[in-house]
Structures are given as structure tokens and as C-alpha cells.
Design a protein around this ligand. Sequence first.
Ligand SMILES: Nc1ncnc2c1ncn2[C@@H]1O[C@H](COP(=O)(O)OP(=O)(O)OP(=O)(O)O)[C@@H](O)[C@H]1O
Ligand SMILES: [Mg+2]
Length: 162
Amino acid sequence: MRIKPRLIIVCGLPGSGKTTRAKQLEKQLNAVRMCPDEWMDALNINLHEEDTRERIEALQWKLGQDLLRVGLVVIIEWGTWARVERDTLRLGARALGASVELHYLTASPDELFERIQQRGRENPPIEREAVDRWYEFFQVPTAEEMALFDEATVIEKEIKPS
Ligand SMILES: Nc1ncnc2c1ncn2[C@@H]1O[C@H](COP(=O)(O)OP(=O)(O)OP(=O)(O)O)[C@@H](O)[C@H]1O
Ligand SMILES: [Mg+2]
């Protein structure tokens, strides 16, 4: 039996829990997860190098589309702050006959900053004001946008955040 391909977009600001959610879905659905930070770490690239991050995301989208073509479930957890980025992914996946989910995660700026600090992964560390700037910049999915996606998979078992 051929399984129907599915793209899952997990969107949200840093610290919102994208990787945590994406790992849950990866396990639950036997999916392939696309995480730029993991590739950057593996290649010894500083996480602040935005140009390289963009190139890695482009590679991941190319690979992701190949995986959708062969009927797999692909999870993209890049952040996708802009509606236009999410539109491109949604339309690209649908053109391949895939269904598409959007999972939007959020928390207050204080909570995001607290989690990012606790994790202590960036060098130099993220500054508190940066989180407020990101909050302004992020395009929260509207009800109208959410309605363009298929119904989101329900998480069976929450992974306890580390
Ligand atoms: N629902 C939650 N409640 C409390 N803490 C959480 C929750 N989800 C994730 N966390 C914790 O917050 C931190 C950030 O989570 P995670 O790495 O999943 O976020 P992220 O969105 O992938 O961030 P980034 O964009 O920087 O990769 C982790 O330490 C995680 O354990
Ligand atoms: Mg992450």
C-alpha cells in the first residue's frame, strides 16, 4: 500500500518548543525531521550564521520534496516566521499530492528567554531585547491561514521537556 505523503510544518520563535514537538511527531509517525541547527552543529557552523542557515534550509526543502515524492512524512521545524515562507511550503507540498499540517507554538517573551537561557546553546548568548524584537517581527498564523491546512496530528505522548 502506498502511504500518502504529508508535510508537517512546526512554526514558532526560538524556545517555543519546535524541536520538542517535532521529535514527538517524528517518533509517532515514523517521519523524517529537518532541523537546520542539527546540521549546523554537525558541520561545526556557528548557529548565528544566517546565510549558511538559509542555504541549509534550501537543501532541506529540496530533500524534503524528494521524500514527499516517495510518500514519506516530512517535518520541517525551521521557525518559518513569515506567512510567505509557510505559503511556499504548503503550496509546494500540495503540488506533490501531500497533505500539509501547521503546528504553531508560542510562549510569552519572558518564558522564551528563560528557556533559551537555560538551554545556553548560542554563542554569543541571545539577549533579552532580541526576544522582544522577534515577537514584533513574527507573523502569527491567523485563523484564515490555519484553515488552509489539513487537520493537525494529535500528540499521543508528550515528551517531558528536558
Ligand atoms: N511546553 C514546554 N514547556 C516548558 N518547556 C518547554 C516546552 N517545550 C519545550 N520546552 C523546553 O524549552 C527549551 C526549548 O525547546 P525547543 O528546543 O524544543 O525549542 P525550539 O523552538 O526548537 O527552539 P529553537 O528555535 O531555538 O531551536 C528546551 O529546553 C525544552 O526542553
Ligand atoms: Mg529547535
